[in-house]
Design a protein around this ligand. Structure first.
Ligand SMILES: NC(=O)c1ccc[n+]([C@@H]2O[C@H](COP(=O)([O-])OP(=O)(O)OC[C@H]3O[C@@H](n4cnc5c(N)ncnc54)[C@H](O)[C@@H]3O)[C@@H](O)[C@H]2O)c1
Length: 308
């Protein structure tokens, strides 16, 4: 994949998945604006990229506001002359069950993920439309946003909203040749280390250098951050010109297309439905095969239960 001449912004690129995206985009030839709230982490990424012969600049600022989004785009234009790719990756968790979730927990997560994706994508779309040569908006969602997840009211709402925005913007930006896709990643990072079932396996692998077990990579789709970066490079490239409005899962050995929500079962009643007719027909009608909800619990093989 050759991204030479292209310019990308990656938010939350100081560590974890964002860092892997920034480094992979730069390795493919793109100039990269590395954003993070952690100045040291962002500086390290810029150093790593430039040390490998790539081009990168950091912008240390909290994604969320329109001002920060404008700064990111302005930096891409000032330092590298244009903007082709916006990857909205910055994120935080504030997990609590609904009845314990504070307004601050809710707002903080919505602000970084949902508002940050909106403001950064809007600033990028304005610039890309002015340039008139298309572009790529690569939004980062999560399995939690597709299925719901215990303790993640704020995060699941934001990540579901991000996919809805991708589908909306794919429509709105098609004429400008700007593709918009959502990535649904899974990878071992500081964030996934907070998930109790994965924590011991990730820590053991870090300690011993042993690769993750095959079942984790295939069935749970959990691997390294580098396993995810190839999808972002593909979506940034000319090879994905026809791919838009999609939610694409990746992690470990898995690559997946998430389905678009649609009507699964439909029934009709002449003149409309009442509570009584819905109740009478529910079990044998549209409710006969209800949808699942929540991320299924990992099936850990007996041989690995010790570690979990
Ligand atoms: N790791 C996974 O398996 C997984 C799964 C699904 C979705 N995601 C999503 O992928 C993205 C990256 O996740 P990760 O696991 O690498 O997390 P991480 O916590 O390792 O990295 C997140 C980075 O974002 C930065 N950040 C936080 N708030 C910011 C802000 N307001 N502005 C700029 N930077 C900010 C952090 O400093 C950090 O460097 C997130 O959007 C996350 O929700 C991750």
């Amino acid at each position: 994949m050759d991204l030479s001449g292209k310019v990308a912004v990656v938010t939350g690129a100081g560590r974890g998945l964002g860092r892997a995206y920034a480094e992979a985009l730069a390795a493919a030839g793109a100039a990269v604006v590395v954003n993070d709230v952690d100045a040291d982490a962002a500086a390290q990424v810029v150093e790593a990229v430039t040390g490998d012969g790539g081009r990168a600049r950091s912008v240390v600022a909290p994604v969320g506001s329109a001002e920060v989004a404008d700064r990111l785009v302005a930096t891409a234009v000032k330092e590298f002359g244009r903007l082709d790719v916006m990857v909205t990756n910055a994120g935080i968790l504030r997990d609590r069950v609904l009845w314990k979730m504070s307004d601050d927990d809710f707002d903080a997560v919505i602000d970084v993920h949902l508002r940050g994706t909106f403001t950064c994508a809007r600033a990028a779309a304005i610039r890309m439309r002015e340039q008139g040569s298309g572009g790529r908006l690569i939004l980062i969602s999560s399995p939690a946003g597709q299925r719901g997840n215990f303790g993640q009211t704020n995060y699941a709402a934001a990540k579901a909203g991000i996919v809805a925005m991708a589908r909306t913007w794919a429509l709105e930006l098609a004429r400008a040749n700007i593709t918009v896709n959502a990535v649904v990643p899974v990878a071992a990072t500081e964030m996934t280390k907070t998930i109790p079932v994965f924590a011991p396996i990730i820590e053991e692998s870090e300690r011993t250098g042993k690769p993750f077990p095959g079942w984790l990579r295939r069935d749970e789709g959990l691997g390294t951050v580098e396993d995810v970066a190839g999808l972002v490079v593909f979506l940034a490239s000319d090879a994905s010109a026809e791919v838009t409005g999609q939610a694409i899962g990746i992690g470990g050995d898995r690559l997946a297309l998430w389905s678009h929500p649609g009507e699964k079962a439909v029934a009709f009643a002449d003149g409309g439905w009442t509570a009584g007719t819905i109740a009478a027909s529910w079990q044998s009608g549209v409710g006969a095969d209800p949808e699942t909800y929540g991320i299924p619990a990992p099936k850990v093989p007996a041989s690995d239960v010790q570690g979990v």
